[in-house]
Design a protein around this ligand. Structure first.
Ligand SMILES: NC(=O)c1ccc[n+]([C@@H]2O[C@H](COP(=O)([O-])OP(=O)(O)OC[C@H]3O[C@@H](n4cnc5c(N)ncnc54)[C@H](O)[C@@H]3O)[C@@H](O)[C@H]2O)c1
Ligand SMILES: [Zn+2]
Length: 363
């Protein structure tokens, strides 16, 4: 197991992050002082047996009982109604301010449960047990929690850092290959913005990683988490440095939006990383071979970049790009690395939408 600590700036709190086989068993110890525990999961993760495993780890201590809530699976459950249902269940279970919320699931579960924990009685402690690669690499790290509203994605939320993140690679065994591969896009992003050696490690281990080698995965995942943790640590609130986590995502969000959800987030990010790295090459920020290396790596990790025929119409992507909330004065804001495996404190810049669109369609 690998262990790191994310010290939250401006707060006395820190997040203990444990990555590797057996991380789930650390749950008993992390929850040691909580008189009451509320576990939140979704029905798929529950059927796969992971909520039961977590409950067993918690209840290893005599007399301790975890109250379990199950959300429906998928993005549709990321709503204020789910949060209200959790508040009600927790009040009925008498979860006090000294209680502990344990979220066992993908990014939807960690976002919803984390937000409900941030707001129940104005904030109770929580622990994330991410069970998708995307949640391990991204959603559970950094303290952002929230739900979608009828007006858009992630529009209500709070920054509420978990006490611990326990990423047990064994939980990925029950994930379908395609869902698992989604998370690699964020790991590749982390390498390009913050760790050139990690990129090489991913290239050398791609076959093993695709073959579900858990110890190789734990190694690269913890390095990827280190990159995100370093960015979050430098700047807890959404300010300039944190923008670099959006690398590849200006294009990705427009593709997801224009395809009305047909393209998954991971595939859209894979496409966005390649397109935005082309722009970075033009601006002299990345070496000429970067886009091809990124494209080859995501492919080797099992993430299928959309073929030209699968992409939405250019005009639809343009409309989505220009509707992006980061748009300022008719141009677009993107965040690019400053070099291979590096970024600076203010990584954002304004570019013309047409340049970005050309980069998407230059295959
Ligand atoms: N808070 C943040 O900083 C942040 C960052 C990135 C993404 N996110 C959010 O994360 C969400 C996406 O997360 P996700 O991709 O994990 O989606 P998800 O939580 O919907 O999980 C994907 C699917 O896999 C199933 N599943 C999860 N773990 C499983 C397991 N071990 N075995 C079998 N099935 C399992 C789920 O039931 C679901 O059907 C989005 O809502 C996104 O906005 C948040
Ligand atoms: Zn993403």
């Amino acid at each position: 197991m690998q262990e790191l600590t994310l010290v939250v700036p401006g707060q006395s709190a820190s997040t203990r992050i444990v990555v590797g086989a057996g991380a789930l068993d650390v749950l008993g110890e992390v929850a040691a002082d909580a008189p009451r525990i509320a576990l939140v999961t979704d029905v798929n993760v529950d059927s796969a047996g992971w909520a039961r495993r977590a409950t067993a780890a918690l209840e290893a201590r005599p007399g301790r009982v975890a109250h379990v809530c199950r959300l429906p699976p998928g993005e549709g459950a990321k709503t204020a109604a789910s949060v209200e249902a959790l508040w009600a269940a927790w009040s009925a279970a008498e979860l006090g301010r000294d209680g502990l919320v344990v979220a066992v699931g993908g990014g939807v579960v960690t976002d919803v449960a984390g937000f409900a924990a941030a707001t129940h009685l104005r904030g109770v402690s929580w622990v994330a047990v991410p069970t998708t690669l995307l949640a391990m690499a991204d959603a559970a790290i950094g303290g952002k929690t929230g739900v979608n509203t009828p007006s858009g994605k992630n529009l209500a939320g709070a920054v509420h850092h978990p006490r611990a993140v326990l990423a047990d690679l064994a939980t990925l065994r029950t994930l379908p290959d395609a869902t698992r591969a989604e998370g690699w896009a964020e790991v590749v992003k982390a390498a390009v913005i913050g760790d050139a050696d990690l990129f090489e490690a991913l290239e050398s281990a791609a076959v093993a990683l695709r073959g579900r080698d858990e110890s190789a995965a734990a190694g690269v995942l913890s390095r990827s988490i280190r990159v995100k943790a370093a960015v979050v640590k430098s700047d807890a609130r959404e300010a300039s440095r944190r923008e670099i986590l959006n690398f590849g995502h200006t294009v990705a969000h427009a593709l997801e939006h224009a395809s009305a959800g047909r393209l998954s987030h991971g595939r859209a990010v894979a496409c966005g990383l390649v397109a935005e790295s082309r722009l970075a090459v033009d601006l002299g920020r990345l070496p000429a071979e970067a886009p091809a290396r990124i494209a080859a790596l995501v492919h080797d990790l099992g993430l299928v970049r959309p073929r030209a025929v699968e992409l939405p119409e250019r005009s639809a992507v343009e409309a989505s790009l220009l509707a992006d909330k980061k748009r300022r004065r008719g141009t677009l804001r993107v965040a690019l690395p400053s070099g291979w495996g590096a970024h600076v404190a203010a990584p954002g810049l304004e570019v013309d939408a047409s340049r970005l669109l050309d980069a998407v369609w230059s295959d």
